[in-house]
Design a protein around this ligand. Structure first.
Ligand code: BDP
Length: 706
């Protein structure tokens, strides 16, 4: 009797546990905290009394173990693994079944989770599919959904869903803001950090099935026999989770580690070197995914050094892959220093003539926008313009231009804006998403890449809300039709709280973060006006740099007449790279959405906009309301304090304070600087900045002190 009355108390305590023990964020969205609602917990317990792993493969075992771990946490009791169901009811049965695809076009990775004879069956054509289905079931429980009459069916729309690490052999991470690299190259292959496995679990739970381990500004060291052993050790940890490893390659490796006098892709010895190196890689890593290449970009060597073009280089690597099941992802992030040109057009100029010239194993990897991961960019004009080449969409999760790990910016709205943009390549609804998933041009292969935002910080991403960007990227890579709102809610429920009002508040504020960031940094289509080389803070006055296209004045073109880059026929005519329907959408300064205005038009300061204000007044309004909105974020965040872990809540609250301070810095720097051109007053009701332009300039100088 006493014991009975103690049980509910025990659960209450367990449920309250997260409030007592600080949540260090390590568990990400795979928290598996006990279900506090007793009735729901009972329902779950009834539905999950045993697990049948259905096979011996490492991936099936992994799926079953993950279910065990998750259920033990959420149900508060161990769930046994049994050999077979033997007419038992109330269990979870994993079943890899080639025939499972018969009734639904599941493909190799799609899953079905359904109720059959009072058991929950998780099935798919491959073990990896069953693993994804298992995580889908755990997601149901973590978001506290009912388990009755389950019918979950899902197939990934894009085949190759990659994370790109910009990690270096010495443990640094290019543009990384969450500590050093998680890959401990000096310890590998002997020491396997348990963190690699948790990394794999997180990726598999959202469907990421490939990772490029090293920076695109690549070191040749990864291709040495010594490092291939290390890479193989990492691949061994990731393999049961359905994740393949890839490497970024340094183009001149045949010279630096191969001892050849050239890296010319048409040279026979160079070709042989790559072929035997690739064979060596596959001997060490039989399921190696392939190569990612940054060539002839920002000083990296490439085929153009030998008078060859990108396709010569990519096709040479494709030939080296030969019969191996691997791909070449060749990046289109190229631009030459040209003060008179327009960087917007650079990739199109180099790549459009090559459409149709790439070997079947080659995909061209294109950033979401034509410049460089700015807070808002029009979609890259290569999407929809290279019908004979499969294009990988590359987005950046690490917040290089979006406030590092200090500013809260939920990226799903940014990624969705690109995915949903209509290229009009083959009539309406030729969205970037459908170009990338291959459905517009009927490509058999498709890919997407996210530049990772994780590091060795205990909570992986530095900013606790940065975890949502890793999560959202994976979910969108799997299914680009999901909404950013739904993903925000899903993530919040699994990671922060299941209390409905708090979920709505957190997801609601997350949804606003990106547009708020745009308003106080680069409203109305301004871009690339940030601090030189660090890419942090405002520096719109930057006029001198090693290259003209690394200054700010190159992009905003402010003068006494107005502001913005004329990319219409009277200017660079970059707009012409888009289909006529898109040209029409953006070609007229009167009708273009204000968010894109200064990307395409040089607009007089006194020009009235569709908002009813002049350009100058609208610009100021956005800077001021954007900075003020950070206070709104702070209020929203404060309101959910009782429902969240105290330490985590305090961490985000502190970061929001910094964000507010720096939003004011951006605002003051930009309005004061642009005012030197507009010569107009700050409009009512806003109060002019208390500090001078010299004051704010000093702040950036301090950041850049060596
Ligand atoms: C830029 C980064 C640089 C990267 C480059 C790239 O500033 O560090 O190497 O992109 O994508 O945004 O190659």
């Amino acid at each position: 009797m006493l014991l009975r009355s103690l049980v509910p108390l025990l659960f209450t305590l367990l449920a309250a546990a997260p409030f007592c023990v600080a949540d260090d964020g390590y568990r990400l969205w795979l928290k598996y905290d006990v279900v506090a609602d007793a009735a729901l917990r009972k329902e779950y317990q009834r539905a999950a009394q045993f697990i049948v792993a259905g096979g011996e493969s490492a991936t099936l075992k992994t799926a079953a173990e993950e279910l065990q771990q998750g259920l033990q946490g959420m149900l508060g009791k161990a769930v046994p693994m049994v050999g077979e169901e033997k007419g038992r009811k109330g269990g979870i049965i994993l079943r890899t079944d080639a025939a499972a695809a018969k009734n639904a076009p599941l493909g190799p990775e799609g899953y079905r989770v359904f109720t059959d004879k009072q058991n929950i069956v998780i099935t798919g054509r491959t073990d990896a599919a069953v693993l994804y289905g298992s995580f889908a079931l755990l997601r149901q429980l973590q978001t506290r959904q009912p388990l009755t009459n389950l019918a979950l069916t899902s197939t990934p729309k894009i085949q190759h869903r990659l994370l790109n690490h910009w990690d270096n052999p010495n443990g640094t991470v290019e543009r990384g803001y969450a500590g050093s690299s998680i890959w401990k190259w000096y310890e590998l292959p002997e020491v396997i950090d348990p963190r690699y496995r948790d990394y794999a679990r997180a990726n598999a739970s959202v469907g990421i099935n490939g990772v490029v381990l090293n920076n695109v500004n690549a070191s040749a060291r990864y291709l040495t026999a010594e490092y291939l052993q290390k890479v193989a050790a990492v691949a061994g940890v990731l393999r049961p989770y359905g994740i393949r490893v890839y490497l970024s390659v340094f183009w001149a490796a045949p010279k630096t580690i191969g001892g050849l006098p050239t890296a010319d892709p048409l040279d026979q010895k160079v070709r042989q070197w790559w072929t035997s190196k690739t064979d060596e890689i596959y001997r060490a890593i039989p399921d190696f995914g392939g190569f990612l290449v940054k060539a002839n970009s920002e000083g990296e060597p490439g085929p153009q050094d030998y008078g060859r073009h990108h396709a010569d280089g990519a096709n040479m690597l494709a030939a080296a892959l030969g019969q191996h099941d691997g791909l070449v992802m060749w990046r289109a992030f190229v631009y030459k220093a040209d003060a008179k040109g327009d960087r917007f057009k650079a990739a199109s100029q180099e790549f459009l003539p090559l459409d149709g010239k790439f070997a079947p194993k080659v995909l061209v990897q294109v950033k979401n926008g034509p410049i460089d991961f700015q807070a808002r960019e029009p979609f890259h004009p290569l999407f929809g313009a290279m019908p004979r080449t499969p294009l990988v969409l590359e987005v950046q999760l690490t917040q290089e231009y979006l406030g590092f790990a200090t500013h809260a910016v939920y990226l799903a709205p940014l990624i969705k804006e690109c995915l949903d943009a209509d290229t009009h390549a083959k009539g309406p609804a030729s969205t970037v998403a459908r170009v990338v998933d291959g459905s517009v041009d009927q490509h058999a292969v498709s890919g997407i890449a996210g530049v990772a935002n994780i590091g060795a910080d205990r909570n992986w991403t530095g900013h606790p809300l940065g975890q949502a960007n890793w999560y959202a990227y994976g979910r969108l890579a799997w299914d680009h039709t999901l909404t950013s709102q739904a993903i925000a809610e899903e993530w919040t429920r699994q990671t922060l709280t299941t209390e409905p009002r708090a979920v709505a508040t957190v997801a609601g504020l997350m949804q606003q973060t990106r547009s708020i960031y745009v308003r106080y940094t680069t409203p109305l289509g301004l871009h690339h006006i940030m601090g030189q080389s660090i890419h942090y803070g405002p520096e719109p006055w930057l006029a001198q740099s090693d290259r003209p296209d690394w200054t700010s004045v190159y992009y905003h073109r402010a003068d006494s007449e107005g502001l913005g880059f004329d990319r219409t026929a009277t200017g660079s005519n970059a707009l012409k790279l888009y289909q006529p329907a898109v040209q029409q959408l953006w070609g007229n300064p009167q009708t273009i959405a204000p968010d894109y205005l200064l990307w395409f038009h040089h607009v007089p300061w006194s020009q009235p906009l569709s908002t009813g204000r002049t350009l100058w007044d609208e610009l100021c309004t956005r800077y001021y309301t954007g900075a003020d909105s950070v206070q709104w974020l702070q209020q929203q965040w404060a309101s959910v304090r009782p429902q969240l872990d105290a330490a985590l809540h305090a961490d985000v609250a502190a970061r929001l304070q910094t964000q507010h301070k720096e939003a004011l810095w951006w605002r003051d720097a930009c309005v004061l600087y642009f005012q030197t051109w507009s010569r107009r007053p700050i409009p009512a009701p806003f109060t002019p900045p208390q500090r001078t332009l010299a004051d704010v300039k000093q702040l950036v100088d301090l950041y850049q002190l060596r």
